[in-house]
Design a protein around this ligand. Structure first.
Ligand SMILES: Nc1ncnc2c1ncn2[C@@H]1O[C@H](COP(=O)(O)OP(=O)(O)OP(=O)(O)O)[C@@H](O)[C@H]1O
Length: 258
C-alpha cells in the first residue's frame, strides 16, 4: 500500500551545520517525485530524513514533521527501524550483501521480519525478482553470489531486496549514477512499473532522467557556500522543465549554473 508523504517545516543539521532549511512538500502515493539541484544543496540529506536514516550519523538531527499518511515518523513512540522497513531505500552504488546468494539477498529482510517456510519465501523471492525485472536473468542461478552479477543486475537485485519486505515508499538516491546507459534504461523502466505500487522519490543529477521518470520535480538550491539548502519549487515535471515559476529553476535546468 503506497502512502502519502507530507513534510512540514523540516530542518536537518550535522552537528552545528544547518544542512537544509524549512522544507515543506507533499508526495502523492503511486507517483514518482524527482529531486534535482546543484551539488551540496541537501537532496540526499532530505531524502534520508524521510526514513530516519539521517539521524544515524553521529551529531545529526532533524526538526520539523514528516507524516506518512496518519503517522508522524518522528513521533515519540515510533521505532526508527520499523520506519526503515516501511520506507525502503536504494543507494547510489549497488550494495548486495557480498557473501550471500542471489536468493538470500532477497530473502534476508523477509527472514528478519519473521517470514518462515521455504514455500512462502520462494514465492516472495520470485515475486520480488519478477517485480525488479530480474527473474528471467537469474532464475537458474539463485544459489550463486549476488556479487557475481553485473552492476545493473546488482542494482535490480537491491531493488528486489527493497521491495521484498513490501515497503510503502521507495527512496532512491541516484540509483543509476554507477550504471551504463542500458542498465539505466532498465532501471528507469522498472521505476515506471513500480510506481503503480509504491510512492517513489528519486534523487538524480540527470535532468533527462528526471524528465523521463517523474511526475513531479522538486528543485533545491543553496544561497551560497555554507548556507542551508532550500526547496525552491516543486511542480509537475512538465511544468518545471518548460515553464518553471522561479528564475533560479530556469537557470538550473537550462544549464546556466550547477
Ligand atoms: N555526514 C556529513 N557530515 C557533515 N556534513 C555533511 C554530511 N553529509 C552531507 N553534509 C553536508 O550537508 C550538505 C548537503 O549535502 P547533501 O549530500 O545532502 O547534498 P546533495 O544535494 O545530495 O549533494 P550531491 O548532489 O553532491 O550528492 C552539504 O553541505 C554537505 O557537505
Amino acid at each position: 500500500m503506497a502512502k502519502r508523504i507530507e513534510v512540514s517545516g523540516l530542518h536537518a543539521y550535522y552537528g552545528g551545520v544547518h544542512a537544509i532549511e524549512d522544507i515543506s512538500m507533499t508526495v502523492e502515493p503511486r507517483s514518482v517525485t524527482a529531486f534535482i539541484g546543484p551539488s551540496g544543496c541537501g537532496k540526499s540529506t532530505f531524502l534520508r530524513t524521510l526514513n530516519r536514516m539521517h539521524e544515524v550519523i553521529p551529531g545529526a538531527r532533524v526538526e520539523g514533521k514528516v507524516m506518512l499518511d496518519e503517522e508522524d515518523l518522528y513521533g515519540p513512540s515510533v521505532d526508527p527501524v520499523a520506519v526503515r522497513r516501511t520506507v525502503g531505500m536504494v543507494f547510489q552504488r549497488p550494495n548486495p550483501f557480498p557473501t550471500m546468494s542471489i536468493y538470500d539477498n532477497v530473502a534476508a529482510g523477509l527472514k528478519l521480519n519473521g517470514v518462515r517456510g521455504k514455500a512462502r519465501l520462494d514465492e516472495i523471492v520470485e515475486e520480488s525478482l519478477q517485480g525488479a525485472n530480474l527473474w528471467n536473468e537469474v532464475k537458474d542461478r539463485l544459489g550463486k553470489p549476488g556479487a557475481g552479477l553485473s552492476g545493473g543486475q546488482q542494482q535490480r537485485l537491491c531493488i528486489a531486496r527493497a521491495i521484498a519486505v513490501r515497503p510503502q515508499v521507495l527512496l532512491m538516491d541516484e540509483p543509476c549514477s554507477a550504471l551504463d546507459p542500458i542498465s539505466t534504461l532498465a532501471i528507469e523502466d522498472l521505476i515506471g512499473k513500480l510506481k503503480n505500487q509504491f510512492t517513489i522519490v528519486i534523487v538524480t543529477h540527470n535532468m533527462q532522467q528526471a524528465a523521463r521518470v517523474s511526475d513531479k520535480t522538486a528543485f533545491f538550491n543553496i544561497a551560497g557556500t555554507g548556507a542551508p539548502g532550500r526547496l525552491i519549487e516543486i511542480d509537475d515535471t512538465s511544468k518545471i522543465f518548460t515553464n518553471p515559476e522561479q528564475k533560479a529553476t530556469e537557470d538550473y535546468i537550462t544549464g546556466r549554473f550547477g
